[in-house]
Design a protein around this ligand. Structure first.
Ligand code: ATP
Ligand code: MG
Length: 208
């Protein structure tokens, strides 16, 4: 079973958006998926409650308290974990100890980079990651076509040894999906074909 932790010490970088859409991508192709909410805000749990019944099922797990992490050992293909902010707590350490993949969303705005680079260094230092038992995937989120900052971000990350895996556009449809309990992979309409394509490097990475 894959345990994919979506985490960054920065708030508002798109952890819940990435976690919910990733869970949908896996569920829509037929995987048995749970979405574990490890954030006190419980946005992912609320999103699962809004999810229409006719769409691919996603089980909700409340991991907002450290004692709940892990729990029943069900036969699932994947658990996607919407992580808490920061890594210092025991809660976060327990989550990393469980993860096979760590997805780190980062915004292109320069205000975000120092905190995120420090965060990436911190997770790289964790023994499990050093030993190659958990892979780090950096995802640029809310990318605007007119913005030139993503190129700088990509170079900065590459210089520090963290290649950018994919770029997710800034699109209002993500807010609409969030409100509806859905994700971009619930529908295969041609209008959002390109948007779904942006997720493919991440989907391939968590499959390998
Ligand atoms: N690619 C995107 N395009 C447009 N809006 C986005 C995108 N990603 C996230 N957002 C919006 O940005 C806001 C923050 O995103 P989200 O809640 O996923 O971040 P978060 O890291 O989980 O935040 P928190 O730290 O509060 O848990 C939300 O309003 C969300 O709809
Ligand atoms: Mg969130």
């Amino acid at each position: 079973m894959r345990k994919i932790l979506v985490v960054n010490s920065k708030g508002g970088c798109g952890k819940t958006t990435i976690a919910t859409n990733l869970a949908v991508a896996l569920a829509a192709r037929g995987d048995d998926v749970a979405l574990a909410d490890a954030d006190r805000q419980k946005s992912s749990l609320a999103w699962v409650k809004r999810r229409p019944e006719n769409l691919a099922a996603i089980e909700a797990l409340n991991w907002s308290k450290a004692e709940a992490i892990g729990g029943k050992n069900k036969q699932l293909d994947a658990i996607v974990i919407d992580g808490p902010g920061g890594l210092k707590s025991e809660h976060a350490k327990t989550l990393i100890a469980e993860a096979s993949d760590i997805v780190v969303p980062v915004l292109a705005s320069a205000f975000d980079w120092n905190a995120t680079l420090k965060f990436l260094d911190d997770i790289s230092d964790i023994k499990r990651v050093r030993k190659g038992k958990a892979d780090i995937h950096v995802v640029a989120n809310r990318i605007n076509k007119r913005s030139t900052q993503v190129g700088d971000l990509e170079r900065t990350l590459a210089d520090r040894g963290f290649p950018l895996l994919c770029r997710i556009s800034d699109r209002v449809l993500y807010a609409r999906h969030a409100a509806a309990g859905t994700g971009v992979f619930d529908y295969s309409d041609s209008r959002s074909y390109e948007i779904r394509g942006q997720w493919h490097p991440l989907l391939q990475a968590v499959d390998s």
